[in-house]
Design a protein around this ligand. Sequence first.
Ligand code: FMN
Ligand code: SF4
Length: 429
Amino acid sequence: MSDTPKILLRGDEIENLREIDVYVDNGGYEGFKKALQMGSDGVINEVKAANLRGRGGAGFPTGVKWSFIPKDEPVKYVAVNADESETGTFKDRLIMETNPHQLIEGALICAYAIKATAVYIYLRGEFWDVAHELDKRIAEAREAGYLGENILDSGWSCEMYTHLGAGAYICGEESALLNSLEGYLGQPRVRPPFPANKGGGLYKEPTVVNNVETLSNVPWIIVNGADEYKKIGTDQSTGTKLFCVSGHVKNPGVYELPFNTTFRELLFDVCGGPRKEGTSFKAMLPSGGSGPIVPLTDEVLDSPMTYEDTAKLETIIGSASLIIMDDTVDITWVASKVIKFFRHESCGKCTPCREGTYWLDKVVDRIMAGEGRERDIQLIDNVAKNMQGLTLCALADFAANPIIHTIRHFPDDFMQHVKSDEELAAAGD
Ligand SMILES: Cc1cc2nc3c(=O)[nH]c(=O)nc-3n(C[C@H](O)[C@H](O)[C@H](O)COP(=O)(O)O)c2cc1C
Ligand code: SF4
């Protein structure tokens, strides 16, 4: 673990890395200059060969996404997803605060690869101070000749802007993000057309949407090559990942580790184990509120934190926002908190999501108040299962997860709150 190079959190080791002079002294913008020599196809092929996967949650191969952009369209865009709205996720902010030029450089390489005319960095509304700082860094890059007309005599011109949202979770979903950027209500779009297609992207032009962490990997890949990148992690989960750990551990924080690190190594060796003496780990939400919860058994603890291994555990690594719960936690309470979040954040466009989150919240509240019946557990399980796969975006699936998987893994936590039919009959109810 300790031999792995730091790709993203170099700001921990290099003082003032956020300033362009320091960044350039430490190899900054070499990747961009090399990219200009490699040409668009060369860059896309290198990123494909590195098997860089999207860090926003879905893990889609980045080079493949870039290759979907039509070459012959005159206007194309890059939208950087800095909405960072998933519960328990606080990594993109750290990159932007400590190593902003690496994001700017990565976004520039992407823009060059697809020959985009402009890059928009979309930040959640609460990140106004980060946006202000990024504006200064973008101005430094422009001053150095990396943005504007005929960049470094390449014949290619590009601009970069920041844009603040209003702090809505749904604006992290890529098509809602594009609507919000255009000034419309932040609601997901019907697809197809997809963002990469004419008609589906920003202002209807082909657009790549990539997460901050994804793009920040790109300069390293271009400088060091795909083969070096693939030496870190596994074939299907290459490179390092920023793991955000919160909850009942001694040392919560953001840690950059190779994907094939196990949950046990992260939670015990790095994070110091359970926060309080006499407690043990009970459960983990590995991808914030949106991914399936898992009990922290030995099998889970010994699993590598890769896309492929977490799939075997019937969960996801997603944005790697690990929320850790010890054995003092009532999982029904967790389900009630998470479903309240999704009810609040549903944009309301699709009936299963709008009505489903409302009813799940209402019935879980009833259970938490001690007024639930055993059959309410079956009821919410059914409602949640009927929300899946039916909506315009994945928020409804995310909202169903905390119900389905908490009931599946922790039925006793629910049973302690409800009355059985026999008890109700005996009470004359
Ligand atoms: C409800 C919802 C919220 C999302 N929020 C974020 C977010 O805050 N940040 C992010 O990068 N991706 C988020 N995504 C994923 C984006 O839609 C998209 O897949 C991602 O920006 C693509 O970039 P990547 O390929 O680099 O991961 C969200 C998806 C959904 C369905
Ligand atoms: S699933 Fe929910 S959040 Fe997504 S578009 Fe439909 S109503 Fe909106």
